[in-house]
Design a binder for this molecule. Structure first.
Ligand code: GLU
Ligand code: ZN
Length: 280
């Protein structure tokens, strides 16, 4: 078709903060990357509040997050918060249970540690204690994805990270992850996969600390007949000593910097430069 440039597909990206703590520089970088990738493609940048963390969720923080994003100079469309979508999580969990892909687990953290669980990519790898025993109906149960059955159902799967390249789904560092928490009709993995599909997200951007979760999310997409998205796991910000920036080491919250009169748009520019230097 002549020598026209190939059309750029408009991307739909999102920033999905959990209102259980204030936003910090790492969150700002995630939001800026998602925003800029969407806008550069003529697409849409969404904000979704992931507020299903029970008593740890603080509704007042959602407003603070919106003010932080505006202060950074970002424009977004907000989609419904996770707390409004619990019925869709429960329905998907029931469908997976009906196919025998989930099993009930009544173990406590302590029991899992005592069963000799080895460390994996997301904490301890569940040693499978409940996989072959009937659940004790007197104890609260979580529901875990039987990774072996899931892989048998999907066959070999690939997912695409824009920076790291193609990845083969691999549960060896994850084990049988929780899809339904004891206290909620979903876990992070199930909720985020369903929401990204419902919101039409095409490129999931988030920090490299969540890289391994995408093995689970790609599997859930295949099991639930959801479209395969692409991922962009950005490198994490580090301090001068090379340590990950984390709130526990006292980096000030965005809201504190905002209140102190710092220019948010200039901070956003600095983070963009830093991201380029981190070697995308
Ligand atoms: N809500 C998650 C968090 O704040 C992020 C989810 C995601 O980007 O997949 O850590
Ligand atoms: Zn168990």
């Amino acid at each position: 078709m002549g020598d026209r440039m190939p059309a750029v597909t408009p991307l739909v990206t999102r920033f999905a903060p959990s209102p259980n703590g204030r936003l910090h520089l790492g969150h700002a970088l995630s939001a800026i990357i998602a925003h800029d990738l969407a806008k550069a493609s003529g697409g849409r940048f969404l904000l979704r509040i992931e507020d299903i963390d029970g008593p740890r969720s603080r509704p007042d923080l959602a407003d603070e997050f919106r003010r932080d994003l505006a202060w950074l100079g970002l424009e977004w469309e907000e989609v419904p918060a996770q707390s409004t979508r619990l019925a869709s999580y429960a329905a998907a969990a029931e469908a997976l249970k009906a196919r025998g892909l989930l099993y009930a687990c009544t173990c406590t953290r302590k029991e899992i540690a005592e069963a000799g669980a080895r460390p994996g990519l997301e904490g301890l790898i569940y040693p499978g204690t409940c996989k072959h025993r009937p659940p004790d109906p007197a104890r609260p149960a979580a529901w875990r994805l039987d990774a072996a059955k899931a892989l048998a159902a999907t066959g070999p799967l690939l997912w695409q990270d824009e920076l790291a390249g193609p990845q083969a789904v691999d549960f060896s560092g994850l084990g049988d992850v929780v899809l339904v928490r004891k206290d909620l009709p979903a876990s992070y993995h199930l909720a985020v996969t369903l929401d990204d599909a419902a919101d039409g997200v095409t490129l999931v951007t988030r920090g490299a600390d969540l890289f391994a979760a995408s093995h689970v999310h790609r599997t859930l997409q295949a099991l639930l007949g959801l479209p395969a998205v692409r991922w962009y796991h950005h490198p994490l910000l580090t301090d001068e000593t090379g340590q990950k920036l984390a709130k526990r080491r006292g980096s000030p919250a965005l809201a504190e910097r905002r209140a102190a009169g710092e220019n948010g748009r200039m901070l956003a520019e600095q983070l963009r430069m830093q991201h380029l230097r981190l070697g995308t």
